[in-house]
Design a protein around this ligand. Structure first.
Ligand code: NDP
Length: 316
């Protein structure tokens, strides 16, 4: 049964479950499957050239009549072209991340687009609110991919951000189950955004080798690294060992940038090079052990959330 709160009303969705827009993973197949299941699917534009983004938006519009959005990581190239395409194609929801919310929020809102910004601290949550964002995603230390410098865990970040802002807070980082979703909502979130759980989905466009690495990974297999450049959580592999050894030798940002090179994330997540590629994923991969259809993930999480609501605390 549908659920009503500020987030479901904002996006006109049934369940407060959002699929993160992730590079090399969140194309139109995944986004439309999540939206068709009553959650909110997001296309991850960071790994898409402008024409590719347009194609994904068009395919998503044909695959679902329900709301979906686009995630725009502001550090990537061609952002102005991406924004133009989003406006031209009539996308109604945009999640911005990794940048200043002041830059694009007003432009998007002038076109009637709902804007959400991803933050890793209360300070940035307040900035997003001041910039006119409709909601914030508060993403904790456990999350995969690019992450905040302060390393605040989801457990601490959610109540802090919920206390700091009046706009709705969407919790992210370390959430893959309905019980975790309930915990986040008890702490003040009004929805959850899940990335890792949806990487292990049939519709994710990432390489099957990467998906298998995700479901096989255990506690301690991911780490937040490259803190001198931009912190990123990934699976420890040969590429990571190279980074670690360089960092232990006191490598400069220039040397680390050279080691990172170009298109590492594509190599790992899309081409399936598990040794030399960058495998961005969250800590919660430790408890994700099956590749499932995205619709089943939404259903399972929602059912578990409701069961947990009836019986939230274990009693012995
Ligand atoms: P890179 O900058 O290494 O490479 C760009 C990748 O994005 C390529 O795989 C390219 O695809 C694809 N791409 C999609 N759209 C475009 C476009 N419009 N122009 C150029 N390339 C495009 O990508 P990363 O994701 O690794 O890093 C993104 C940014 O974040 C960079 O500025 C990087 O320096 C920075 N950064 C990344 C870190 C990381 O761990 N990823 C860590 C620290 C900083 P194709 O190969 O098909 O051309």
């Amino acid at each position: 049964m549908a659920f009503s709160n500020r987030v479901t009303q904002l996006f006109d969705i049934d369940f407060p479950i959002i699929q993160a827009g992730m590079i090399w993973t969140s194309g139109w197949r995944l986004a439309s499957a999540v939206s068709n299941s009553g959650g909110l699917g997001l296309i991850g534009s960071g790994s898409m050239y402008p024409d590719v983004l347009r194609e994904h938006i068009r395919c998503c519009k044909s695959a679902t009549s329900l709301p979906f959005g686009v995630n725009v990581p502001l550090i990537y190239p061609d952002i102005d072209k991406h924004i133009q395409i989003i406006i031209e194609e009539g996308v109604k929801i945009v999640f911005t991340s990794a940048g200043n919310p002041k830059t694009w929020t007003a432009v998007l809102k002038e076109h009637g687009i709902k804007v959400v910004h991803v933050v890793s601290s209360s300070k940035f949550a307040l900035k997003a609110q001041e910039a006119g964002c409709d909601a914030v995603v508060a993403e904790g230390f456990e999350a995969g991919g690019h992450n905040g410098k302060e390393e605040t865990t989801t457990m601490v970040l959610i109540p802090a951000v919920a206390n700091a802002v009046s706009i709705p807070v969407i919790a992210a980082g370390g959430i893959a189950t309905g019980r975790q979703m309930l915990a986040a909502m008890v702490m003040g979130a009004e929805a959850v955004q899940m990335g890792t759980r949806f990487v292990a989905s049939e519709e994710a466009s990432s390489h099957i080798g990467f998906k298998n690495a995700v479901i096989q990974s255990k506690e301690g297999d991911t780490v937040l690294t490259l803190k001198k450049l931009m912190p990123v959580r990934l699976i420890k592999n040969k590429f990571y060992q190279q980074v670690l050894e360089a960092e232990m030798r006191g490598a400069s940002t220039e040397i680390l940038t050279d080691i990172l090179g170009r298109a590492r994330a594509k190599k790992g997540m899309f081409e399936g090079d598990l040794e030399e590629g960058e495998l961005e994923i969250g800590e919660v991969s430790a408890i994700v052990d099956k590749i499932l259809p995205a619709g089943e993930i939404v259903k399972n999480v929602w059912n578990e959330f409701n069961e947990a609501l009836l019986n939230p605390v274990k009693r012995f």
